[in-house]
Design a protein around this ligand. Sequence first.
Ligand SMILES: Cc1cc2nc3c(=O)[nH]c(=O)nc-3n(C[C@H](O)[C@H](O)[C@H](O)COP(=O)(O)OP(=O)(O)OC[C@H]3O[C@@H](n4cnc5c(N)ncnc54)[C@H](O)[C@@H]3O)c2cc1C
Length: 431
Amino acid sequence: MWEFSTDPELARELSWVDQFVDAEVEPLTYLLGNPHDLAQPGFDRLVRPLQRQVKERGLWACHLSRELGGRGFGQVQLALMAELFGRAQFGPVVFGCQAPDSGNAEILARYGTEAQKQRYLGPLLDNEIVSCFAVTEPHGGSDPTLVRTAATRDGDEWVIDGEKWFSTSARYAAFIIVMAVTDPDAPRHGRHSLFIVPKDTPGVEIVRDLAFAGEAEPAHGHVRYQGVRVPQANMLGEQGEAFAVAQARLNGGRLHHAMRTVALAQRSLDMMCERAKSRVTRDGLLADKQMVQEKIADSWISARQLRLLILETAWLLDTSDDQRLIRRHISAVKATAPRVLQEVAAAALQVHGSLGLSNEMPFMDWIAQGIRVGLSDGPTDVHKIVVARDVLREYEPGDESFPDYYRPIQRQRAREYDEAHSAHEPEAAPR
Ligand SMILES: Cc1cc2nc3c(=O)[nH]c(=O)nc-3n(C[C@H](O)[C@H](O)[C@H](O)COP(=O)(O)OP(=O)(O)OC[C@H]3O[C@@H](n4cnc5c(N)ncnc54)[C@H](O)[C@@H]3O)c2cc1C
């Protein structure tokens, strides 16, 4: 059965989230710095009370399923909430589901040992600490099988050597989950393992922090690992299973990013519409100009299409075990979200004229964010390849020159069908 309505109880919660984000969470953007910097002045005073309210309301860390210690809301409900709190920079932190911590918590809960969960998962879920996930290296990121950072066994320890970059929040993190080669001779997808590396381990050095366009401060670490020793107990998941474990964290993470993208696209649309109805030029309102109307219509349609694709994907995650179908949908979402945010934010910028381009408005940041979303967790090109390959799996080749759907063939077949059937029908009696 198809259903597009919202359960009244959930609708009440969503309405609370909407008002709470407007009144309490949005202002934090102008009062604080990076949401992952737990030590910044004002964080305890301004953020902690809001997190307590979310916990009391039962909406904290709602991305985790019940068996992983969460509330078991499911992805559809999370999607509907994330599109509301995702419009505020501090929304994910206030609701306890900020990346990369949300994905890291998921794999710790799913694959971690009891000791790992006790030491890292509890404090991470409570946002007492922040974490980092390090795969990308200076020589390449789109193809993680190229990871060169190596971990060599030495007794009951592993010694890690290598270099990672774009490790988001490394500077704030208490620990980094590092992907390293442990079995160089194994098949491509069985060579790597994951290690939990406390950031204060000797040999971990942040060479420098990079910032992307549209970001206020550098917080993506270029991190060097030289003779970094961790005990066997710090391996996350089985040896050689890094890809399987990482996949589990990426599914939800990619969807959550996209949900927040819908929130920013909707915010851009809201601003564009308000401006169009406020601003007069030549003989009338901007809202009366057809080219402005086209921007509004195209933006609404694109944002709506993305939202529906996300909700369908969230529903699949909640209800289906078909991992291939889920993967195809997630890649489709991941490939669509950057384009939609860039399109809608650019249209809103245009309708605001020079003000829109200025740094007193957020549109350039959101366009840059669209580009960032198209690179983090794998570039759009790679996700389109995943979609296309999976779609193509459903088809068989036909005749190289005259395909079955060639009209003359269809016509001929229709004639044969007609003749075969009319031969069995009794002649109509003459009137
Ligand atoms: C905001 C942000 C946060 C990030 N956070 C992290 C993090 O926390 N941890 C981490 O490990 N990494 C992180 N990254 C890095 C990110 O995962 C990589 O940048 C990404 O995987 C692409 O790798 P690359 O930059 O090395 O591009 P390359 O692998 O050099 O690829 C360059 C371009 O080539 C094209 N391309 C690549 N492969 C193909 C293909 N198969 N077919 C066709 N075209 C292709 C794409 O257009 C791609 O953009 C982050 C990136 C961003 C933007």
